[in-house]
Unconditional design. Structure first.
Length: 140
């Protein structure tokens, strides 16, 4: 009798707690198709009727969804670049450049971030700075 109760307790403890996931493998194709049309990840998640945080969580838990998101981001960038190259006028180009800058900051940005830290991780500049062969900071 005690063993049966113990077995039931063990079986109950193996059950998942909380709401079951809405994730389905078919969502991989949906997210790719939506973003390939130029929609953002947020808009594509809306089609799945979930928020971006849920999609990001799925990407952490499901490698196939993570890969689908990576493919979708690339296809979205390709779509926007195709639109940019075919844009007929300046206002359309301006909108597309803005979208591209916000889609892929690595390739489409006006400025670059510079790491000014020294090799030891501090913000202290090196003792000597040489520009175009001219020594600065005390060395002539």
């Amino acid at each position: 009798m005690k063993q049966e109760k113990f077995k039931k307790l063990v079986e109950r403890s193996k059950r998942r707690i909380g709401r079951p996931t809405k994730y389905r493998k078919a969502y991989c194709d949906i997210i790719i198709n939506e973003m390939a049309l130029g929609f953002s990840k947020t808009a594509a998640c809306a089609v799945l009727e979930v928020g971006v945080d849920t999609c990001n969580d799925w990407a952490k838990r499901h490698p196939e969804f993570k890969e689908a998101l990576a493919i979708a981001k690339s296809l979205r960038l390709r779509y926007l670049e195709e639109q940019f190259l075919a844009a007929p006028n300046g206002s359309e180009v301006t909108k597309l450049v803005w979208a591209l800058k916000n889609t892929n900051t690595d390739e489409w940005m006006d400025r670059r971030e510079l790491d000014m830290k020294s090799s030891d991780g501090t913000m202290t500049p090196p003792e000597r700075v040489v520009l175009r062969g001219i020594a600065k900071n005390g060395d002539s």
